[in-house]
Ligand binder design. Structure first.
Ligand SMILES: C[S@@+](CC[C@H](N)C(=O)[O-])C[C@H]1O[C@@H](n2cnc3c(N)ncnc32)[C@H](O)[C@@H]1O
Length: 277
């Protein structure tokens, strides 16, 4: 996922969900007095960090940092949104944490990123380590979306399996889980988080036309499909969406005005770092 500009233009779903989740569950966040620092993990192009999250953060925020594993995304976000209080940096939340970042953030947020992490315990332990004492995290990520079903179907086809050998890396580890909220809560509690609240929301998002969806699908495609096969891949992708009845079966044209209806499950998780005695 590297096309920051295209993602910036087409990611209406993450903006909508970040806004709804913050409006509905953000009230439970206990904001500290005094200067605070905030981190947004998997910030991508920075659009949600600056366009949605920033509006919910109180004025006493001294430093807002976005981080992402993708250098392209971080470069785009810095160019577009960095200012005296806001910056973006490359960080793999599933990797080794730089010591200087430990315990330095009062609030850690993440939207639509953690479902790409296979070693969930490592990422959540890193989030715990990034937080300051009594710091809070607010995390929104997917348990299931039809996009994962499309990946699995295409990865089994003779035509695409070569390019999609690592397909499971890009599918939520909770896809086949009946009660992902219980699993996430248990994991967070065992790491040491307190006041843990986890919910799994059943949501629907309707793309009014396939152009927007085409842009989003292209910008988030994690597979290294050769340039000359990209159009063909997209056609097959949309054909699977039709087979799954996500797109109206009657439509045979990718650029047509037909809508696409996605039913998906979204996890919202909140927790606090305990007091260190
Ligand atoms: C779908 S985008 C979401 C971007 C943004 N948060 C939003 O809501 O629009 C997921 C982002 O997670 C990033 N990501 C994936 N794995 C990551 C990791 N291990 N560490 C940090 N970021 C990661 C990707 O590079 C991508 O930019």
């Amino acid at each position: 996922m590297n096309d920051a500009e295209l993602y910036n233009k087409s990611n209406i779903i993450t903006k909508t969900d970040a806004l709804q989740c913050l409006e509905e569950y953000g009230k439970r966040i206990k904001w500290k007095n005094g200067e605070i620092t905030v981190l947004d993990i998997g910030c991508g192009d920075g659009g949600v960090t600056m366009g949605i999250l920033k509006k919910f953060i109180p004025d006493n925020c001294e430093r807002l940092v976005g981080c992402d594993i993708s250098e392209n995304m971080v470069h785009f976000a810095n160019k577009q949104y960095a200012n005296d209080h806001t910056s973006f940096m490359v960080l793999n939340i599933e990797g080794d944490l730089p010591n200087k970042l430990r315990g330095t953030f009062d609030y850690v947020f993440s939207f639509y990123a953690l479902h790409w992490i296979q070693q969930q315990e490592v990422a959540f332990a890193n989030i715990y380590d990034l937080l300051s004492e009594r710091g809070e995290c607010f995390l929104v990520f997917l348990a299931h979306t039809p996009v994962f079903d499309v990946y699995r179907v295409l990865s089994r086809s003779t035509k695409w399996k070569f390019w999609m050998k690592d397909v499971e890396r890009f599918i939520s580890p909770y896809i086949d889980c009946l009660e992902p909220e219980k699993k996430v809560k248990q994991m967070m509690t065992s790491i040491g988080f307190t006041s843990v609240e986890v919910e799994c929301l059943h949501k629907t998002f309707v793309y009014p036309n396939l152009d927007v969806l085409k842009g989003l699908v292209t910008s988030i495609n994690p597979f290294e499909i050769p340039k000359d096969l990209e159009e063909d891949f997209l056609l097959d992708y949309f054909n699977v969406l039709r087979d799954l009845r996500i797109i109206d079966h009657a439509s045979s044209n990718v650029d047509g005005p037909t809508k696409a209806t996605f039913n998906y499950r979204l996890i919202v998780a909140k927790g606090r770092k305990a007091l260190i005695f």
